[in-house]
Design a binder for this molecule. Structure first.
Ligand SMILES: NC(=O)c1ccc[n+]([C@@H]2O[C@H](COP(=O)([O-])OP(=O)(O)OC[C@H]3O[C@@H](n4cnc5c(N)ncnc54)[C@H](OP(=O)(O)O)[C@@H]3O)[C@@H](O)[C@H]2O)c1
Length: 279
């Protein structure tokens, strides 16, 4: 059987790096893309892994990576849009330019890459696209409303795409992780100190509250949640029949149960009590 090829974005750390190893270990060719491949010390050494520069905000780098992938492996059977980052602040503390930058990466980024890969998948008559979203796409998160907006957008786009491209035998799915201790927190665009005193005081309260909550959510069965679960879920979505939307992590499953077992209003009231201090 000919080897299949997956192209993954954001492979310098976290879920992306783990997904590279997971696909490679299962006999796939992997196009491991990242903004600064010169910093990589491990993935490029692996057999059947092609390291490529790809910044999801830079069309030329996307074109070059896709061309290189096709020249090297002849096809792209799966695309994993994983690159992304978060942001914590009260809404008014963000500059519009910061919000736009986040959408450039979290929303327009996966769209740019998919726009370049889908023509190839249509031509070959098959393909799978997995977009890594978040639990922030399932509930509008206070203190991360702009991140939630970007992930809601990515999720809505994915859902429409899934229905639209099914007739071409192209499957589109989302993997929505709960909280995991990757490089995600360090890379988050935090802006707690901008704005007037009322905003900065409130941001300080929210920051303290969320720090404790995130640490709690990352605990599963008394230990840190293992980000390999997300890489495994991505692999499962590419290689097996799954629903379009796929939550992963004990906290994510719990949240989905809460969301699906009551009215939207009751769910949001429960979220507010949990997430907003001093209501
Ligand atoms: N960890 C969590 O708790 C969590 C929960 C839900 C969803 N997610 C989502 O999971 C995905 C992966 O995050 P992670 O947890 O693995 O965090 P991570 O370790 O910070 O990895 C994020 C990756 O995205 C890359 N990236 C950022 N901007 C990029 C751009 N413009 N072009 C190409 N690559 C870019 C980063 O590259 P650089 O090294 O160049 O910055 C890095 O490789 C993200 O979409 C995130 O929103 C994470």
């Amino acid at each position: 059987m000919t080897k299949k090829t997956v192209l993954i974005t954001g492979c310098s750390s976290g879920f992306g790096a783990l997904a590279v190893k997971t696909f490679q270990q299962n006999g796939w060719n992997v196009v491991a893309t990242m903004r600064t491949p010169e910093k990589d010390t491990t993935l490029g050494e692996l057999e059947n892994v092609l390291l490529c520069r790809l910044d999801v905000t830079d069309e030329q780098s996307i074109d070059a990576a896709v061309e290189k992938a096709l020249a090297e492996f002849g096809s792209i059977d799966a695309l994993v849009n994983n690159a992304g980052y978060g942001g914590h602040a009260v809404f008014e503390q963000f500059e519009m330019s910061q919000i736009q930058a986040m959408f450039e990466t979290n929303v327009y980024g996966p769209m740019r890459v998919a726009a370049r890969v889908l023509p190839h998948m249509r031509k070959q008559g098959s393909g799978v696209v997995v977009n890594v979203t978040s639990m922030a796409a399932e509930v509008g998160l206070p203190f991360a409303s702009t991140y939630s907006a970007s992930k809601f957008a990515a999720q809505g786009w994915s859902e429409g795409l899934a229905l639209e491209y099914a007739p071409f035998n192209i499957k589109v799915k989302t993997v929505a992780p709960g909280a995991y201790g990757t490089n995600f927190s360090a890379a988050t665009d935090n802006n707690f100190t901008a704005g007037d005193e009322q905003l900065t005081t409130y941001a300080g309260q929210l920051a303290a509250h969320f720090e404790g909550l995130a640490a709690q959510m990352r605990q599963q069965g008394g230990k840190e949640a293992d980000p390999q679960e997300v890489a495994d879920k991505i692999y499962q979505c590419v290689t097996s029949e799954t629903p379009i939307h796929n939550a992963v992590g004990a906290d994510a499953t719990m949240l989905m149960d809460m969301k699906n077992s009551q009215s939207r209003e009751a769910f949001l009231e429960q979220m507010s009590a949990m997430l907003v201090p001093n209501r």
